[in-house]
Design a protein around this ligand. Sequence first.
Ligand SMILES: Nc1ncnc2c1ncn2[C@@H]1O[C@H](COP(=O)(O)OP(=O)(O)OP(=O)(O)O)[C@@H](O)[C@H]1O
Ligand SMILES: [Mg+2]
Length: 328
Amino acid sequence: MTKRPIVVVGSINMDLVVRAARIPAAGETRLGSGFAMHAGGKGANQAVAVARLGWPVEMVGMLGGVSGNPDAMGAALHAHLASEGVGMGGVGIAEAATGVALITVADGGENTIVVAQGANAMLTPERVEAEAARLRGAGMVLAQLEIPLETVLRVAEICAEARVPLMLDPAPARALPEPLFPLVTWMTPNETEAAFYAGLGRDGALHDSAPRGCALRDTALLDAGAIAATLQGRGVAGVVVKLGERGAFLADGEGYAARVEPFAAEAVDTTAAGDAFNAAFAVGLLEGHSAMEAARFAAAAAAVSVTRAGAQESMATRDEVMRRMAAG
Ligand SMILES: Nc1ncnc2c1ncn2[C@@H]1O[C@H](COP(=O)(O)OP(=O)(O)OP(=O)(O)O)[C@@H](O)[C@H]1O
Ligand SMILES: [Mg+2]
């Protein structure tokens, strides 16, 4: 089987995490404890997840630096992603800071997060234009919404012209240009995002029935099937609504719709479960499995990932996914 690579167009961040007894008030300085750096960004998370499953993967994204030389965070992330087996030929250096997320975690578990997207904001349509050959050679392209929307739209146009399937993880939820929807092969909102997109009409206005940011479980008016149908009505081919520990809901482009049962897991940290799911779903589809089989594979990969802390560190290898599936 010739394996056309998965190309991920998306964010690359360094998460800087400190712990404190409580979240400081404005103007307050507190002594915290512990500091950790974790490679993050939804794009990079999905790329590492694909690599661990043994499928070739290339990243298109931006790190920060000066005169083509990466800054300290950028150099660290470049080395890390390369060591995971992610192809870095499509990653450029912008005259900006590498994207960082400053995270404070309080002892009670609450957190505050400030994301300085830095170089990720400089992943422009022109940049992906320069990487068009890489996109056209892909077996599938994965994108998320931590980069400029006009770039996502240009990626979608290039994919559609070249008949390369596009899987869009519409996270974080943002109002999308209407021409984007018909160019998406698979759209994979989680329940909060699903409610957001289902609540936006063709006019871009928010409908009364879906308060911004509401979760599916909060309202009987919204269910996964109806949300998938709404997105498909706007032109998306296939939809997977990710429902956390309740699994997922799959609606393919051919009228098939079904619940994807979750694999039971002792969840330690669900960060990036959705990224694990998307990566494995893409790999399963490219291996020639049906959408439902690929979604089962994805649910197993995500279930493994939630048993470990962190984002990229938690991603499952192919062997681990196969063992999880065999265990049922
Ligand atoms: N506690 C859990 N036990 C088993 N499987 C889980 C659990 N949480 C998540 N999953 C699996 O992971 C998938 C994605 O999870 P979720 O719906 O939370 O995505 P998400 O909100 O996009 O995550 P993130 O944005 O943090 O990456 C689910 O569809 C499910 O298959
Ligand atoms: Mg998600």
